[in-house]
Design a protein around this ligand. Structure first.
Ligand SMILES: C[S@@+](CC[C@H](N)C(=O)[O-])C[C@H]1O[C@@H](n2cnc3c(N)ncnc32)[C@H](O)[C@@H]1O
Length: 447
């Protein structure tokens, strides 16, 4: 991996606008320059990571002149990591830009936002993240855990990442120390080796679950790390090794070995004590999700039947089951789908869990319907044309939609409006402070 100093440098570049992904944009001759942690009003010398005929993409090497909203970053990797583009700016400025991007998207799609729509900031901008996905790499010959620089396969060291909860910061530091001690190597450095880790800490209880993925067919490198860290960390209650002998973009694909403690982690959200398996989705910012889910369930109302699409381990479904006589939940990951009924039973309610892709489940759902209300919390790509088709075929009176990508929300909102659904309420949650992402909670009613 090239060291940070060996990258080409350009500038100064005057930054004139901010892209929706939080990066500043300027011009240098015929080229557009896109810079992480640079903001309108800044002039920056830029370290270039990606160069094409028309674009330089990179990070700030030095600020020559700075906008009044620039602030010193508390993160040790601020000039190096591209995960949090708003790290170097005042929080109010970040919120102002994010609100502006929301209004732009609504305008672009011809969707009228209700007057007084809310932008909620329920959590601290730091130490909110209870889930880490980090990649093993080498820096100056030493093994590190970190993330890719945007648009590249260069791994930057993320030790003590400032948006992670402290217990995960410590856990990942221990993983790196143990890996160095047992002389484990990242993959593709001579022989098959360590790929990545997935680490989760529960908000209630502060316990953690760790998955170490490796290309080593025996898993010996990952097992040696567990041997070192387990005696140091009584809060590490669930450990897995994932052997991925064939390359895959799916971080969870491979042969999973349960190597320590419980199979699942337990956490509580929306008063639901739930089990979370290593392959199951769970909210990265549970404190924010708690407030947002409470609003989602309240806006769903109460009545005879509700459907929770993309339900994960079923938190929203269980919340709905306290208000509706009959609740069905649909989830594609088998492990998560199998936990829904258990999590519901623990909460003293019942949910009919369906293990299926939403997009192919329409006939089955038409049989189980009708549903008064549908709640949908799809992955980043949103409902898309196929997901919205399922919802409109089911024709609920109300749809509560959670969207973690603004552009996907815009497209879904447009399709829903064209299918006879009117936007009735709208809030945005700053669920991922300092990053470019937000969560949109929108309610549509059939007209
Ligand atoms: C954003 S998460 C929401 C989960 C849940 N609402 C929660 O907060 O715990 C999206 C969920 O959809 C699931 N999923 C992804 N694609 C799917 C599909 N095509 N059909 C059904 N579920 C899917 C994922 O496994 C994940 O659990």
């Amino acid at each position: 991996m090239p060291s940070r100093e060996s990258r080409p440098v350009v500038g100064p570049v005057d930054i004139h606008t901010l892209q929706r992904d939080g990066r500043g944009v300027g011009r240098l001759g015929a080229r557009t320059v896109v810079v992480s942690q640079a903001y309108p009003g800044d002039s920056v010398i830029t370290r270039v990571d990606v160069e094409t005929k028309s674009v330089f993409q990179g990070r700030v090497k030095r600020v020559v002149a700075s906008t009044a909203t620039r602030r010193p970053s508390p993160c040790a990797h601020a000039d190096w990591c591209t995960g949090c583009p708003y790290l170097g700016v005042d929080r109010d400025a970040e919120i102002g830009w994010k609100k502006g991007f929301v209004e732009d998207e609504a305008r672009k799609q011809g969707i009228e936002l209700p007057d007084g729509w809310r932008f909620e900031t329920p959590t601290s901008p730091y130490e909110w993240r209870h889930f880490a996905k980090q990649i093993f790499g080498l820096r100056d010959g030493h093994l590190v855990l970190g993330s890719y620089v945007q648009g590249t396969h260069v791994v930057v060291d993320n030790a003590r990442c400032s948006v992670l909860v402290p217990e995960l910061q410590v856990l990942l530091e221990r993983v790196v120390a143990a890996a160095r001690h047992v002389e484990a190597r990242p993959d593709n450095v001579g022989s098959p080796g360590l790929l990545h880790v997935l680490a989760r800490a529960s908000r209630v209880g502060g316990q953690s679950q760790l998955v170490i993925a490796t290309r080593d067919p025996s898993g010996a490198d990952a097992l040696a790390i567990f041997e070192k860290i387990v005696p140091l960390d009584p809060e590490l209650v669930s450990g897995w090794v994932l052997i991925q002998e064939t390359p895959s973009n799916n971080l969870l694909e491979g042969r999973a070995l349960h190597v320590h403690g419980f199979r699942d982690l337990t956490d509580t959200l929306l008063d639901v004590e739930c089990r979370i398996g290593p392959a199951s989705f769970f909210q990265a910012n549970p404190a924010c999700a708690e407030t947002m889910f409470r609003e989602a369930v309240e806006r769903a109302g109460a009545g005879r039947s509700a459907l929770d699409l993309y339900s994960g381990v079923g938190i929203l479904a269980v919340g709905l089951a306290k208000r509706f006589e009959r609740v069905t939940a649909v989830e594609a990951v088998e492990e998560a789908a199998s936990l829904i009924a258990k999590n519901a039973a623990k909460a003293g309610v019942s949910v009919d869990a369906v293990h299926a892709d939403v997009e192919t489940a329409v006939d089955l759902l038409l049989d189980r319907g009708p549903f008064d209300v549908v709640v949908a919390d799809p992955p980043r790509k949103g409902l898309g044309p196929r997901g919205t088709h399922v919802v409109t075929r089911l024709a609920p009176v109300r749809l509560v939609l959670l969207s973690c990508d603004l552009s996907a929300w815009g497209k879904d909102a447009r399709t829903l409006a064209d299918s006879g659904y009117k936007l009735a309420s709208f809030s945005v949650y700053d669920a991922f402070p300092r990053t470019a992402h937000v969560e949109v909670l929108s309610v549509f009613e059939r007209v």
